[in-house]
Design a binder for this molecule. Sequence first.
Ligand code: NDP
Length: 453
Amino acid sequence: MSDFDFDLFVIGGGSGGVRAARIAAQHGARVAIAEEYRLGGTCVIRGCVPKKLFVYASRFAHEFEDAAGFGWTVEGAKFDWLTLVANKDKEIARLEAAYRKNVGGAGAQIIDSRAVIEDAHTVRIVNTGAELRAKYILVATGGHPSRMEIPGEELAITSNEAFHLQELPRRIVIQGGGYIALEFACLFAALGSKVTVVHRGDEILRGFDDDVRAHLRMEMVARGIDIRLNESIQKIEARGAHRCAFLTDGAQIEADQVMLAVGRAPNVKSLGLEAAGVKLAPSGAIIVDENSRTNIPSIYAVGDVTARVALTPVAIREGHAVADTLFGGNPWHLDYANIPSAVFTEPEIGTVGLTEAAARKAGKAIDIYRTRFKPMKATMSGRDTAMLMKLVVEQGTEKVLGVHIVGESAAEMVQLAAIAVKMGATKRDFDNTVALHPTASEELVTLRNKVEA
Ligand code: NDP
């Protein structure tokens, strides 16, 4: 008999943990997975999935407006926030049940409790006090929204609360210039809120291609969003049921809600990591090697708690790789190059590979191909909008190093373009592909003129 109760004990039932538990169980390992809240983690419960459902809801507003140019009269269209929230909750409950069924069905034992590490092989179940021994422990506890140390910060919401507001804020001030700030800014604005984005930097979306950043900002401003750059909220006060955000330049903005979207921090507190001797980075993230192994050989970590690339599909693959490596006789690890990413703003961003600035910084000689055009639908809808497409191409090899798109369905396009980029496609390969007409994405294979340096 083994000395261990389990071969693998997973702490955290989010995307990475659930995948690792399910695959390990399918490989025949004895697996337990502990989750203190709801199975599904940030992505399913309070992240990607409910956010995308809200994004769908918000986009009807523009569809109704655009319909007029095509002969439609849309009368009496009304939006009910609480219906959206309730239907979203129903869908999240359905998904959570599916997660539970899949991981349980694979043979993993689900423990509905917080679990903490006692030593390199021991986990304590907080609800019962039981101590269980496992050959391997996988920490997949994810992250949580960071807050700001400013007076009145407790009056602000984060993305966690934004999914459960009792009413749609008529006015909202959002601090941050990243994914979450901008996605919520756009969806609230489309649903009818007056939105102010306050960002400390001189441009939104640090790390994205500069053309993409400027283009999205202009499109957001055109949709009525007030973007204050080089500013921060320094204090929040309650004004009855409302809030007042005080900015560094002295401006005071009254709103129904103030939202902080200033990044996310790893969930490492009171997990017993220090007791087990697991090394953390200054940010609190668990330090792991390329196989997601910590400095303690029996303890692994995947997903946002490791602060590598905070994206669901990345956590899923990291979890899958750990399970295959430990129990499937198939060691592998994730290749972090050319991970596509989308920002579900209005218009949305899809991007894969190097930005122009990153390519230049890496010392690459590059050509830039770029187009801005009015999408066909906007010609008749009359919407003042433009699409941006940009290719970063390596001189000599002609390899496409980066694809950056802002516009309708950019995320869907980039998922497919990412296959080509991952395969090392060249600009010639793009050019040799016959255009599919009339689409917006045909521009990607008909870009002929380099941007003059
Ligand atoms: P991001 O890191 O994307 O953005 C954080 C923003 O907050 C930045 O603009 C940053 O500014 C600003 N900021 C950080 N600290 C402070 C501070 N103390 N005061 C003022 N501003 C501050 O984080 P998010 O919270 O938006 O999202 C977290 C992660 O979740 C993302 O990075 C992404 O990986 C993932 N995510 C992915 C989504 C998707 O795939 N569509 C959607 C949502 C989240 P600066 O640039 O100056 O540092």
